[in-house]
Design a protein around this ligand. Structure first.
Ligand code: SF4
Length: 432
């Protein structure tokens, strides 16, 4: 890998491991959407790499099709690239072009980019929904951006700072130049990063994610003392349940049994797979050690319940192994609404929590009880305040206006029996 890497020409590179939350998910579309996305117009060249999701897709798509005759829409990354290109094309400097881009996009976007002139830059949306940090090498010759600190760590780089919402950072040989483009932004960092998405060995605001997840576990013990009294052991499935399990063990004194084993060559993360793949993967991936759970009252930890199907499979396996009771301890509160900002849960219909209470969910997935961490507990453990986080999928309060409007309208329709036919922000009538 390093040998291949060293043979690339040039001295700046950007990329992104794409997680599809817009556009199609077939092989051709995934290949076309490989980042960086590039654009060219009137002698200006631009490459952009993007993490997040754009909400006003339909409106921007129309605009870009009018402005660029050859514009091909594969996914929302094309829109970010061409919107920025458009602003540069009409003569704006990079700062003004990024400013106009941030103002006109609704959604979450952490962007890195390179211009044909060799400008290397990064910026975040005005709410800073997705993470993006900056760092440098100890010899001061390499400057880098990354979604998570873990990739700085493993490349021997020193973390310098997390980009602020609405901030543009440019890079020269002497280092970073920071410009706050949007004044008084309302921070709304994704709370789901703490519970599920981020790697546990990454840091946000100086705190390791795994430490926060351990505190989630201690919180749930404080919030459900009667259930804790009625349990014999803790069991964590899947891996994101391990850190809260540690916290539950510390706060309750219950034994944390390593009674599940994961197939080490089945590496997919169940959450990001398609429905059928997810079912097969989880079924083949997790094995339960019968002698550890037979006859026991089990607390099982989970980071979240989205559709409920994977949790149901695991509970079935634990019961088949002889567990007397199964209590689910879930660190992310009940998900009641879709995400518009880069997590692929984009309809009400796919969310078991949008139409069922915790008690009903317990019945459906075969648990004796489902115990969600409270929103206050989650917020407190992150070290942030409630108004610094995006909690939209668990409160229904979205930080951007168009997402709020679309979510409210679709919720009404959904409650009246309407069947959603795709991601809300990609429907024809959306975002115009
Ligand atoms: S809606 Fe939920 S998953 Fe999406 S950005 Fe907000 S907190 Fe994160």
């Amino acid at each position: 890998m390093q040998e291949w890497f060293g043979r690339l020409p040039g001295h700046i590179g950007i990329g992104n491991v794409r997680y599809t939350t817009s556009g199609k998910c077939d092989d051709t579309s995934l290949l076309q959407g490989t980042q960086p996305v590039t654009g060219k117009a009137d002698g200006i060249e631009l490459a952009v790499s993007f993490n997040g999701n754009i909400v006003n897709t339909a409106q921007l798509r129309k605009e870009m099709e009018q402005q660029f005759p050859d514009f091909m829409y594969t996914c929302d990354s094309d829109l970010v690239c061409h919107k920025l290109l458009l602003e540069l094309k009409i003569g704006k400097d990079l700062t003004s072009a990024v400013s106009a881009c941030i103002e006109s996009l609704d959604g979450a976007f952490s962007v890195t980019g390179i211009t044909g002139n060799g400008d290397f830059f990064a910026f975040k949306d005005q709410h800073g929904i997705k993470p993006l940090c900056a760092g440098h090498s100890p010899d001061g010759k390499t400057w880098a951006f990354s979604s998570e600190t873990v990739s700085l760590d493993i490349n021997g780089l020193i973390r310098d700072f997390e980009l602020e919402p609405g901030e543009l950072v440019t890079v020269s040989e002497s280092g970073f130049k920071r410009t706050q483009i949007i004044k008084n932004p309302r921070k709304a960092f994704c709370a789901f990063e703490y519970a599920y998405f981020a790697r546990p060995d990454s840091r946000f605001d100086g705190k390791y994610v795994y430490e926060i997840r351990e505190e989630f576990g201690r919180n749930i013990v404080r919030e459900y003392p009667e259930i804790v009294k009625d349990a014999d052991i803790i069991l964590s499935v899947p891996e994101t349940g391990d850190d809260p399990a540690m916290g539950i063990h510390e706060a309750s004194g219950l034994r944390w049994e390593r009674a599940s084993r994961r197939h080490r060559y089945v590496t997919e993360r169940a959450f990001i797979l398609l429905n059928k793949e997810r079912y097969n993967t989880i079924d083949h991936k997790v094995n339960i050690l019968g002698s550890k759970v037979n006859g026991k009252r089990v607390i099982m930890t989970e980071d979240s319940i989205v559709r409920g199907d994977t949790t149901k499979i695991i509970i079935k396996k634990v019961r088949a192994a002889g567990a007397k009771k199964v209590y689910m301890f879930v660190t992310f509160p009940r998900i009641i609404g879709p995400c518009f900002y880069g997590i692929d849960m984009a309809t009400y219909g796919q969310l078991i929590g949008s139409r069922h209470s915790a008690e009903e969910i317990a019945k459906i997935i075969g648990a004796d009880a489902v115990c969600y961490q409270s929103i206050d507990g989650l917020v407190h453990a992150t070290g942030q305040t409630r108004d610094q986080l995006c909690l939209a999928c668990i409160t229904g309060e979205y930080p951007t206006p168009l997402a709020q409007k679309m979510a409210d309208e679709m919720k009404q329709k959904f409650l009246n029996g309407y069947e959603e036919k795709g991601r809300i922000y990609e429907l024809d009538e959306a975002s115009t």
